[in-house]
Write a protein that binds this ligand. Sequence first.
Ligand code: IPE
Ligand code: IPE
Ligand code: MG
Length: 243
Amino acid sequence: MIHINADIGEIPRHIAVIMDGNGRWAKKRGWVRTRGHRTGADVVRAITTESAALGIERLTLYAFSSENWSRPEREVRFLMGLLTEYLDGELPTLQDNNIRMEAIGRLDRLPEQARALLDRNREATAGNTAMTLSLALSYGGRDEIVDACRALAQRVAAGELDPSEIDAAALDAHLYAPGSPDVDLVVRTAGEQRLSNFLPWEAVYAEYVSVAPLWPEFTVADFHAALGEYQSRDRRFGRVIEP
Ligand code: IPE
Ligand code: IPE
Ligand code: MG
């Protein structure tokens, strides 16, 4: 097992995880895909509480993409039911671990019950300070940038903003989670090597780590290994680092 070297101060502020491979995990066992989603939901809790314990400031989990709406209706319905169950049952864990819950995405597309529970959890955990758990739900990176542009255009049309004042900071301020730190590390399970429309603005300079385990079998030790890989990287941000 790779140990985390906290001494070098390299615990990332913001980790984003693409939780992939639920369907494959179930299929390998001859089960229906949805069983993988259910087991995957348990892994969410383990990784969330571990992240808070490690002192990570923000954890963004890709739970449902804008593209996932085009999956078979039965699977979408199952995922929305599972989300509702998760939101309903997770509050004690969030409170016990001092975790604040937020969400990013086109949340108006979610079923009403899930939206109501999300609002409840957001309000109940608003004062928690150990970590922010941000759920990406009905989230698409292009949608997010389009929505930010639209909000900026409305302010220009209302005479509140001059086009010359639009810069990266102004756009950032109109994203779904304004003020959140840039993503330091993107972890994707199931060995895939693509971003699938996840946080294109926020993760421009993130380190990307793809790991082999499928999400339902992803362990805290695997998570530590991904962090170890992150810590071994040299983040240059375009500069020349003299030895
Ligand atoms: C990730 O697992 C969960 C969601 C995208 C909702 P998948 O459902 O994508 O599983 P695979 O990639 O088909 O194995
Ligand atoms: C990305 O996984 C979305 C989530 C993990 C929620 P997908 O399985 O939907 O992505 P693709 O289809 O492999 O790009
Ligand atoms: Mg997938």
